[in-house]
Ligand binder design. Structure first.
Ligand SMILES: *[C@@H]1O[C@H](CO)[C@@H](O)[C@H](O)[C@H]1NC(C)=O
Ligand SMILES: *[C@@H]1O[C@H](CO)[C@@H](O)[C@H](O)[C@H]1NC(C)=O
Ligand SMILES: *[C@@H]1O[C@H](CO)[C@@H](O)[C@H](O)[C@H]1NC(C)=O
Ligand SMILES: *[C@@H]1O[C@H](CO)[C@@H](O)[C@H](O)[C@H]1NC(C)=O
Length: 275
């Protein structure tokens, strides 16, 4: 008699929750590239809950394909046979947390491909619940450099490496006009998915003066670099530089000093200075 009434009282909330499958929309989790993140997943629990009857699956959604399995728990223990190999050794669940209704999963060594939507599915004596987590990844760009180079034209190049997401480069002239349309920006992705960005602008048409490049990427602070090209256009031709730099290059060549090491120092040929 008492056994029957206790099983009934357990069955009732189960039935109610079973039909009220919860989908929680969480704010974005921003993970640092190569860092660790915890994907939170809390569910209703009861003291002395039977973990043998709890099923947990952490999955990652894939467009047009079956979801990837990150981690599972059933029959009272962690089950990793169906874990996708890209998550091998990278997931961590606290089995003791499960008894307290905490199925949060830690993912280590975050990669760019880890961006996306994660689902935590739980079936327990308390019912069924699904929690959704959206993960974004961020990698800070290396120091942004604004450099000047001279050939037949004067070129300003603004570059930064190893960041994520893709960055855009905005150019302003001395009067703070947007001259981005005159620039040429290229992005390259390396094997791990990180981006290198390089944007150049030719000064021949726009003339000399003050220039600003602004690197912007979502989820990281914008970086602003200024450069002043303050010489007159006559002095800025390569012709003036050559009589000075050519003998120097020959001398450096004899001494075995790489030209590129010193090249930056000689941008005074252009009378350009970083503000
Ligand atoms: C996972 O870790 C174990 C032990 O630390 C190691 O032997 C195995 O090679 C690792 N697997 C992968 C895919 O990194
Ligand atoms: C749930 O567990 C995770 C780690 O497994 C922990 O970081 C988090 O604080 C826990 N949350 C609660 C509400 O206990
Ligand atoms: C600057 O100009 C570029 C290209 O013309 C445009 O895409 C961008 O939205 C402009 N940005 C601002 C802040 O005006
Ligand atoms: C460039 O900026 C400096 C410092 O703000 C200013 O003194 C100079 O007049 C500017 N030059 C031009 C060509 O706008």
């Amino acid at each position: 008699m008492s056994v029957r009434s206790s099983s009934q009282s357990m069955l009732l909330p189960f039935l109610i929750l079973h039909f009220a499958v919860a989908a929680t929309l969480a704010p974005d989790v921003v993970a640092q590239f190569e860092g660790d993140i915890t994907l939170n997943c809390l569910f209703p629990s009861q003291p002395g809950m039977n973990l043998q009857r709890l099923t947990l699956t952490w999955q990652k959604e894939q467009a047009g394909a079956e979801a990837l399995v990150l981690h599972s728990y059933y029959y009272g223990k962690e089950q990793l046979e169906r874990q996708d190999q890209i998550y091998r050794n990278r997931t961590q669940l606290d089995p003791e947390g499960l008894a307290r209704g905490n199925a949060s999963l830690t993912l280590r060594g975050v990669r760019i491909q880890d961006e996306g939507i994660y689902l935590c599915h739980i079936t327990s004596e308390q019912g069924k619940i699904s929690v959704r987590r959206q993960v974004a990844v961020m990698a800070p760009y290396s120091e942004v450099r604004l450099e000047v180079s001279v050939s037949s034209q004067v070129t300003l190049t603004c570059r930064a490496e190893g960041g994520y997401p893709e960055a855009s480069v905005l150019w302003l002239d001395g009067a703070r006009n947007n001259v981005t349309a005159e620039s040429d920006t290229s992005l390259q992705r390396d094997l791990s998915g990180l981006c290198d960005v390089s944007s150049r602008i030719l000064l021949a048409r726009t003339g000399y003066g003050n220039y600003t490049c602004i690197l912007e990427s979502p989820r990281q602070p914008r970086v602003v670099r200024h450069l002043s090209v303050s010489c007159s256009s006559d002095n800025c031709t390569n012709n003036l530089c050559l009589p000075i730099t050519l003998p120097l290059m020959v001398l450096l060549g004899i001494l075995g000093i790489p030209w590129c090491l010193l090249r930056r120092r000689f941008s005074w040929c252009l009378a350009a200075s970083e503000l």
